[in-house]
Write a protein that binds this ligand. Structure first.
Ligand SMILES: [Zn+2]
Length: 389
């Protein structure tokens, strides 16, 4: 890889012909059209988020004469350049020069570029940047891009994969899943967590269709000119979930719907019954893990482990133990009701508290509450024998 250091390019030069695309959330061109600021393998512009703290900091650094760091260009043709690293900073400059955001002056007043004093405007425009122009094989540059991004502000996993496997497939995938203007994002966000902008919807769609093998899938589809399979699979999962579970609950976000779809989509469910069961379980104060409700229902309402049902606390156990034991001692019988009706030596055995466990008299799954009235202490053997609680 060959690199040339450039120190004569000014902020004015870089921002000549700057275009910001609101729809894609990207700064597109600079250097009078010679420079592509955010090529397809770059992430969207993120410096405007968090109230724009980072883009404001870029402008304040320039006004104070601080360096804003190295910038790397990739020479793509005789006259064409792409920004490899620095696209967020360059987009901040371009957006400021085109009055897309304001900074605060020394009196705390908001100032757009066009309203700044002439000397300040000129200081910004004349500031030179430190730029490396790199020339090399695509693979070499991408490998290096991977390296610098691991060292610097990290790209997340999917952003890196998009860079490594850039091509028509990634471009189409991003058009569908990473465009926050896509009306479907709203619907999808009931089931998918994260932000479209940070590629998390694309990541989810790829994760589902590839059965958690995103890298392999992207590699083998890299040059595809369509994303039909990806789109179809993703929509099948979403349609299935929204048909089985007709009410949207906040805990549905981020569930492994792809896995559940594979496991259960061939089973028939009655959405009316399912809805009633969801409501009942949501109203149950003993369920600690509401996210588990959906898989629990899909699996036929058997695996109560998914729900992490609250167990009796120590105070209840102790109180019940004392009452039970006092009664049992009077009758000369065991304080475990199951032992007491037996015929062996244990029928009059008084167990210690730590030799017993709490049991739901009416099983939780049959509507029994986790309250003192529904608590019975049994010896450990009998408690275990009752099983499936
Ligand atoms: Zn017993």
């Amino acid at each position: 890889m060959k690199t040339i250091l450039k120190t004569d390019i000014t902020v004015k030069d870089i921002c000549e012909g700057f275009v910001y695309n609101e729809l894609e959330g990207k700064g597109l061109f600079g250097l009078s059209g010679k420079l592509t600021i955010q090529p397809e393998y770059q992430r969207n512009y993120i410096y405007a988020s968090d109230g724009g703290k980072r883009e404001i900091a870029v402008i304040e650094s320039i006004l104070k004469g601080y360096p804003i760091g190295l910038i790397y260009f990739n020479v793509v043709s005789e006259s064409g350049l792409e920004v490899l690293d620095g696209q967020q900073r360059i987009t901040s400059l371009g957006r400021f020069l085109t009055d897309k955001f304001a900074i605060k002056d020394e009196n705390g007043m908001e100032q757009y570029f066009s309203g700044l004093a002439k000397d300040k405007q000129s200081k910004i425009l004349k500031t030179t940047l430190t730029i490396y122009e790199c020339k090399g094989e695509e693979s070499e540059i991408k490998e290096w891009f991977r390296t610098i991004n691991i060292a610097g502000v990290p790209l997340n996993n999917q952003e890196l994969l998009n860079a490594v496997y850039s091509g028509p497939f990634v471009t189409l995938g991003k058009e569908e899943f990473s465009n926050s203007q896509n009306a479907n994002i709203q619907k999808w966000s009931a089931y998918v967590s994260g932000s479209a902008n940070r590629q998390e919807f694309l990541e989810c769609a790829l994760d589902w269709v590839s059965k958690c093998n995103i890298g392999d899938y992207m590699s083998s589809h890299r040059n595809d000119k369509n994303i039909t399979e990806l789109k179809t699979y993703f929509n099948s999962v979403i349609d299935w979930v929204s048909n089985v579970f007709t009410d949207i609950e906040s805990e549905m976000k981020g569930i492994e719907w792809g896995r559940l779809y594979e496991q259960y989509h061939k089973k028939a469910y009655d959405p009316v019954k399912v809805s009633a069961e969801v409501k009942k379980l949501y109203g149950d104060p003993y369920i600690k893990n509401r996210k588990g409700i959906f898989e629990y229902i899909l699996g036929g309402s058997v695996n109560t482990k998914l729900l992490e049902v609250r167990i009796f606390d120590e105070a209840i156990k102790k109180a019940v133990y004392v009452t039970q034991t006092t009664k049992a001692e009077k009758k000369g019988k065991s304080n475990c009701s199951h032992c007491a009706i037996g015929h062996d030596a244990n029928k009059s055995k008084i167990w210690k508290l730590d030799e017993m466990d709490a049991d739901h008299v009416a099983a939780w799954s049959k509507g029994g509450a986790t309250s003192i009235k529904n608590c019975e202490m049994l010896c450990k053997t009998h408690n275990r024998a009752k099983g499936n609680r």
